[in-house]
Design a protein around this ligand. Structure first.
Ligand SMILES: *Cc1c(COP(=O)(O)O)cnc(C)c1O
Length: 423
């Protein structure tokens, strides 16, 4: 039985969460057998990057061992096979997010590059001085800095939609920021620092009512819930492979085809041209227009395998399993004296950020590490949200499909050690 089949079996014949057999799923991830400092690895840093199932690793090895060549160029057999595998991955991604057309799926280096691409092409070409871009107070730096670069270059205005004390998105305050001057709304689907799920359909509806385009940062959404870009109605949707159990070095920009084909190229080079002469070069349409140079071929294959893997498990099943972990972790952590959770929005993905009276986030992270528990400690590339809560850093446990309640217990026990050490 291949790892993919065992994942399938874990939920076979039943869509209820009871059928999600986490112990079976864990067997698909070789790294989960590792120990750190002699203790079983408890990996709770999925928000930074997720571990890879065997099927992803094997798909990439197989590509290198049996059909690797450059894509789109060769007439020879290997190049054709590699091209087919690369384009099959694009089709898998298109189905995964319910994109109307496979040509709307652009492979980038990651979510960061996808956002920079939109800012540098759509933003540069179509925004004028005084035009406004609305982001939120809980954006990742990758969804702040590209718009600041555009601001400094084009004289646009950046507006910040506020969040409340629970870390919730404040829809009516956001609506008040919108005006006919709003040209782009760029907002996260799920906050990496707080776990908040934003009311994206409403965000999109209100933006579109003013004629603005909407970019959704879906990095923390696609691993945890089904995403349908058509149902959301947004104009651009971005995410990274490595947080979706796929390889690093590749991510996705989805955009509406008419918009993409109206945008100038991002980088110039091979693959994106229709014809080149020294007088005039013409460009291909999406997606090739935005994929200059040799792409991340084998990484695309790995991403395709990751998409197959989570799809076989079912994003609803994964989400339900993680919701159980979130509820359990929140309940247990809330009972710890002197521990405060940041981010208590009603609608949350399985991310728990916290601070402790006794210890700094980095000290918490270091002591938890000694217990084999990997969490993130720091500002999580979201300094403005830290400022909003008046902290420099938090410790963050972010859960993935292979985590268990027993691992939450290990986390809680290790926090007990922190309290003993510093208390
Ligand atoms: C990780 C993350 C990013 C950046 O993704 P990269 O893979 O580093 O490009 C952007 N936004 C959110 C919400 C993230 O969690």
């Amino acid at each position: 039985m291949t790892p993919g089949q065992s994942a399938l079996k874990a939920v076979a014949g039943n869509n209820s969460t009871a059928a999600f057999d986490v112990e079976r799923v864990r067997q698909d991830f070789p790294i989960l057998r590792e120990t750190v400092y002699g203790r079983p690895l408890v990996y709770l840093d999925n928000g930074a990057s997720a571990q890879k199932p065997r099927i992803v690793i094997d798909s990439m090895t197989k590509a290198y061992e049996t059909y690797y060549a450059n894509v789109h160029r060769g007439v020879h057999k290997l190049s054709q096979t590699a091209t087919d595998a690369f384009e099959a991955a694009r089709e898998k991604v298109a189905r995964f997010i319910n994109a109307p057309s496979v040509d709307e799926v652009i492979f980038t280096r990651g979510a960061t590059e996808a956002i920079n691409l939109v800012a540098a092409t759509y933003g540069r070409a179509f925004l004028k001085p005084g035009d406004e871009v609305v982001i939120s107070h809980m954006e990742h730096h990758s969804n702040i800095v590209p718009w600041q670069l555009l601001r400094d270059e084009k004289g646009i205005v950046l507006k910040i939609a506020p969040i409340d004390d629970e870390g919730g998105f404040v829809l009516d305050a956001y609506e008040k920021l919108l005006s006919p001057k709003t040209k782009i709304v760029a907002i996260t689907h799920v906050s990496n620092a707080l776990g908040t799920i934003t009311p994206m359909r409403e965000i999109v509806r209100l933006a579109h009512a003013r004629g603005a385009r909407v970019l959704v940062d879906g990095c923390q959404a696609v691993p945890h819930m089904p995403v349908d870009v058509q149902a959301l109605g947004a104009d651009f949707y971005v995410f990274s492979s490595h947080k979706l159990y796929g390889p690093t070095g590749i991510g996705v920009l989805w955009g509406r085809l008419d918009l993409l084909n109206s945008m100038p190229p991002y980088q110039g080079g091979g693959e994106m041209i229709a014809s080149v002469s020294f007088e005039k070069t013409t460009y291909k349409n999406s997606p090739h227009r935005f994929e200059a140079g040799t792409p991340a071929i084998v990484e695309a294959v790995g991403l395709g395998a990751a998409v197959d893997y989570v799809s076989a498990l079912g994003l609803d099943n994964i989400g339900a399993h993680e919701s159980g972990l979130l509820a359990y972790a929140t309940e247990r952590l809330s009972r710890i004296d002197g521990l405060e959770i940041h981010g208590r929005a009603k609608d949350k993905a399985a991310i728990v950020a916290f601070v402790m009276k006794e210890a700094h986030a980095h000290d918490i992270g270091t002591i938890l590490d000694r217990a084999g528990v990997a969490v993130r400690a720091g500002h999580h590339c979201a300094q403005p949200v830290m400022d909003r809560f008046g902290v420099a850093a938090t410790a963050r446990a972010s859960f993935g499909l292979y985590n268990t309640k027993k691992e939450v217990d290990t986390l809680v026990d290790a926090i007990g050690v922190v309290k003993e050490f510093f208390g």
